[in-house]
Ligand binder design. Structure first.
Ligand SMILES: Nc1ncnc2c1ncn2[C@@H]1O[C@H](COP(=O)(O)OP(=O)(O)OP(=O)(O)O)[C@@H](O)[C@H]1O
Ligand SMILES: [Mg+2]
Length: 497
């Protein structure tokens, strides 16, 4: 790709970007939120058709008019945002619009399911491909996206944040798949904000900043700090260590909480979970995907009333877990892992999304204060450096990471007693992560108790006072910050042999 330029309604976001990928190489593409990574790859994959510059595939000039055309030329993309049809099965999603047929136009379901199952088995999906996607958690849906892209047998495969919802184990499986692709001369473009992954998987790295190419390097010759300097354009304090100690009094007391699943019926999701969180404590929850982390947060937020037994006390008063509204009223807030599903309202603009959860505070005598709404939105845009030119812009026009920041800001604006966070830094860049750590620490100092699920262990280790580890729905360990280490957590999280 040479001298690629792209504008959105008159605003230029790519300024002559150069990007080259060799056969059988894994090329990492990195840069801050809004740098232009997804846009560049959507141009390659035929999503955006209105752009200037040159794309050469081998020696042939191409300008794809649709994703279908790009697919036919051997280019597949795993989008940053999930793109599945919830009502359809895993197999139907994988082969949507390309279903194998027999007798002319009858879909050959047995064959389709067989082919899909084989692909998903390679990804260690461990479930029949005939279940609807709506029954899957975000991480599992992401595996389906990956399966769908693999089914195209592309020669260039673009992965836009493929691991953002994956556990460590699933990430390892994905890396094995990527290495196999590389052996078969497939080129992989790998976009990620998890810089530690790059040395493990990528051969070269290209850095974008504000729509310009900063440069390309061999990964093995590039240090982490060098990479960050290329991305943010200055030296950057990378490590954050939490300061301050939590208070003595218990704010949240969870007592023998057990949740069974509705489908399949009565299977335990998690069992007999008890823990206490002190005022101003940052309490981390680690565990593999499927260990019950997300389900636990949902239950604490009153989003699983029908299946949950046990009790939760907030400041000594039993919490009514029958609905999220009650939980919010009592002082709980939840930032979910799935920003499209429960987090953001796609039809609303940035400002409306930002202020949605805090509306209670803004409504005085039933008059919504427009000025207050705007002031609140502006404050958080500033604090998290959300890249948006106008608060009235639709939320979809923001880059993936900036959407995540809006979601964070929306709940931070509610000033809860207990803030529950599920993978809050997924998809946001190093700078914004750092800002978030500082902000959480500030909230903790003001007495907010924070319960945070994260797959990024370094993150938990640097900001949490204590870390609880879940394994198959049970508490397998609880560490103080001084005794916790990456190795101990991984051991406690790994399935018992
Ligand atoms: N459909 C759109 N309409 C208007 N502006 C857009 C649209 N899509 C992207 N942009 C803008 O283009 C710029 C680059 O966005 P892009 O999504 O490519 O960033 P990114 O590097 O992928 O960031 P992230 O790491 O957050 O995913 C941003 O300023 C974004 O707001
Ligand atoms: Mg993106």
């Amino acid at each position: 790709m040479e001298s690629i330029e792209k504008e959105f309604s008159g605003v230029r976001v790519l300024h002559g970007v150069d990007f080259h990928v060799l056969p059988g190489e894994v090329m990492a593409l990195v840069g801050e939120n809004g740098a232009g990574k997804s846009t560049l790859m959507k141009i390659l994959a035929g999503v955006h058709t209105d752009w200037r510059g040159t794309i050469l595939l081998d020696d042939r000039v191409v300008h794809f008019a649709s994703t279908r055309e790009a697919e036919e030329a051997g280019i597949a993309i795993i989008f940053q945002e999930l793109n599945l049809v919830p009502e359809l099965t895993v197999a139907e999603n994988i082969y949507l619009g390309r279903e194998p047929t027999r007798f002319g136009d009858v879909i050959d379901y047995p064959r389709m399911n067989r082919m899909a199952q084989e692909i998903m088995d390679n990804l260690h999906f461990n479930a029949p491909v005939t279940i609807p996607v709506s029954q899957l958690r975000v991480g599992r849906q992401q595996l389906v996206e990956i399966g769908k892209a693999l089914s195209l047998n592309a020669r260039i495969l673009v992965m836009d944040e493929p691991t953002s919802a994956l556990s460590e184990a699933e990430t390892e499986v994905l890396f094995t798949v990527v290495r196999k692709l590389r052996e078969n001369e497939v080129s992989v473009v790998y976009i990620s904000h998890r810089l530690t992954e790059l040395s493990e998987i990528a051969d070269r790295v290209t850095v974008l900043r504000d729509g310009y190419t900063v440069g390309s390097n061999l990964v093995k010759d590039t240090s982490r700090s060098e990479l960050i300097r290329m991305m943010v354009g200055r030296d950057f304090q990378q490590f954050f260590v939490k300061e301050g100690e939590p208070g003595e009094d218990i704010v949240l007391r969870v007592n023998k909480l057990t949740r069974t699943s509705a489908d399949p019926p009565r299977m335990p999701v998690f069992e007999d979970i008890s823990f206490e969180v002190r005022r101003g404590e940052q309490f981390g929850i680690a565990g593999l995907l499927g260990s019950g982390r997300t389900e636990l947060l949902e239950a604490l937020f009153g989003a699983a009333a029908a299946d949950t037994t046990g009790s939760v006390e907030l400041e000594g008063v039993e919490l009514d877990l029958s609905s999220p509204r009650k939980a919010i009223g009592a002082g709980m807030a939840l930032i979910t892992e799935d920003r499209k599903g429960n987090g953001l309202i796609i039809s609303m603009n940035v400002e409306q999304n930002l202020t949605l959860a805090a509306l209670r505070d803004l409504v005085r005598f039933s008059i919504l204060s427009k000025t207050k709404e705007r002031a609140l939105a502006e404050e958080y845009v500033e604090r998290l450096s959300i890249d948006v030119s106008d608060l009235k812009n639709p939320i979809e026009t923001l880059s993936g990471g900036n959407q995540q920041k809006v979601l964070l800001a929306k709940w931070l604006a509610t000033r809860p007693k207990v803030l529950l966070l599920d993978e809050p830094t997924r998809g946001i860049d190093v700078g914004a992560k750092h800002e978030l750590y500082i902000h959480l620490s500030k909230l903790a100092k003001q007495g907010v108790s924070i319960v945070m699920v994260s797959s990024e262990l370094p993150e938990l280790l640097s900001i949490c006072d204590r870390i609880m580890v879940l394994r198959s729905g049970r508490v397998s360990a609880l560490f103080d910050r001084e005794e916790a280490s990456q190795e101990k957590i991984l051991n406690a999280a790994a399935p018992a042999a």
